[in-house]
Ligand binder design. Structure first.
Ligand SMILES: C[S@@+](CC[C@H](N)C(=O)[O-])C[C@H]1O[C@@H](n2cnc3c(N)ncnc32)[C@H](O)[C@@H]1O
Length: 327
């Protein structure tokens, strides 16, 4: 695991004079030259020419969740920083409650939508009881890890109408969240769940206003992504949103992989056995639109991070996207 997920708050600092590169720690929206792109392609082609032997691949795929358990046993909740940039990039996480709480009458029929096409239907009216069933606005984080998104979200959005679910296939991660001093089961429900399985979720389909996927889809085998996303999308209310951020193709973390870490094109194992895929924008688009979602945003975020002391330049690449479930 590397530094990418510890990314600081997004900025708006643009590098206009290349000579100034070591004057700051990071630059936003950095343009890549053709040569840089060609070099990156060459490096990654080299990786996939020397993939891991089949039996090692099988072991890594079979042990994927236990390797994440070991990761959390080792790092507990100390590895990822809390994601306060979430609210800059995904203000929807704050606005869902301000909209639905003010506009919803519990007895209203579920066919009524607000002016942004968001269906303000609570789960209250159908008589089912499950964690969060009395709440108006429900968010699920998939691959919630040790809670670095869930806790900031609950801290910043204090609406009584918000309920947050979190799932992760590492039961160690789930236990870390449950034992956190701020964990409050009247506002939050976390559970172990593997999104490549067809196990049931602890709430009905069409219950969620927002699904958050941050650096999680990249942990799956590429061939399993579409089916997983298709299942997840059933959980969204019509008008609900899926917020996505993950590793982009040719990110520094990809280019730095040594030989024999590649399972298949653009899919690697880190030293601790956890797995990571590096996406293009088109792949992300295809995965989510194939599941019936409509694109709101799909951007490549390129950032140049600088180690001023060691005069090192690190080119980071992430894909960020937002998709909506049609009404
Ligand atoms: C890179 S970590 C990101 C954690 C968290 N989203 C964050 O940004 O701090 C990836 C997480 O996805 C989880 N994960 C990987 N594959 C999964 C799967 N098939 N189902 C559920 N969770 C999974 C891992 O256990 C790990 O906690």
């Amino acid at each position: 695991m590397d530094e990418e997920a510890k990314r600081p708050v997004f900025g708006n600092r643009f590098l206009s004079e290349t000579d100034n590169v070591f004057q700051h720690n990071a630059w936003d929206n950095v343009e890549w030259t053709k040569e840089q792109e060609t070099e990156a392609r060459k490096i990654t082609q080299g990786h996939s020419c020397e993939p891991l032997p089949e039996d090692e691949k099988d072991n890594l795929l079979n042990d994927a969740s236990s390797n994440w358990d070991k990761f959390y046993e080792k790092h507990n909740n100390k590895f990822f920083k809390d994601r306060h940039w979430l609210f800059t990039e995904f203000p929807e996480l704050l606005s869902i409650t301000s909209k639905s709480a003010s506009s919803v009458d519990d007895t209203a029929e579920c066919s009524h939508n607000d002016d942004e096409g968001h269906a303000p239907c609570s789960n209250k009216s159908d008589g089912l009881h499950f964690p969060g069933s009395s709440k108006q606005s429900c968010v699920l984080e998939i691959g919630c890890g040790a809670g670095n998104t869930i806790f900031p979200l609950l801290q910043v959005n204090t609406s009584n109408e918000l309920f947050v679910y979190g799932c992760d296939y590492s039961s160690t991660a789930v236990d870390i969240i449950k034992s956190h001093r701020d964990f409050d089961d009247s506002r939050c429900h976390v559970f172990a769940h593997d999104i490549t399985s067809d196990a049931k979720f602890p709430f009905p389909e069409q219950s969620l206003d927002i699904i958050v996927m941050i650096f999680v889809l990249s942990a799956l085998e590429f061939d399993k992504m579409k089916a997983a996303v298709h299942r997840i999308v059933q959980l969204l209310k019509p008008g609900g949103k899926l917020l996505f951020r993950d590793y982009g193709r040719y990110d520094m973390a990809q280019l730095r992989f040594k030989k024999n870490r590649c399972l298949s094109e653009n899919f690697y194992t880190r030293g601790d056995g956890t797995l990571v895929y590096f996406f293009t924008q088109d792949e992300v688009r295809d995965i989510f639109t194939s599941a019936g979602l409509v694109e709101n945003q799909n951007i490549v975020d390129r950032r140049l991070q600088v180690n001023r002391a060691r005069q090192l330049k690190m080119y980071r690449v992430w894909v960020q996207a937002k998709y909506v479930k049609p009404l």
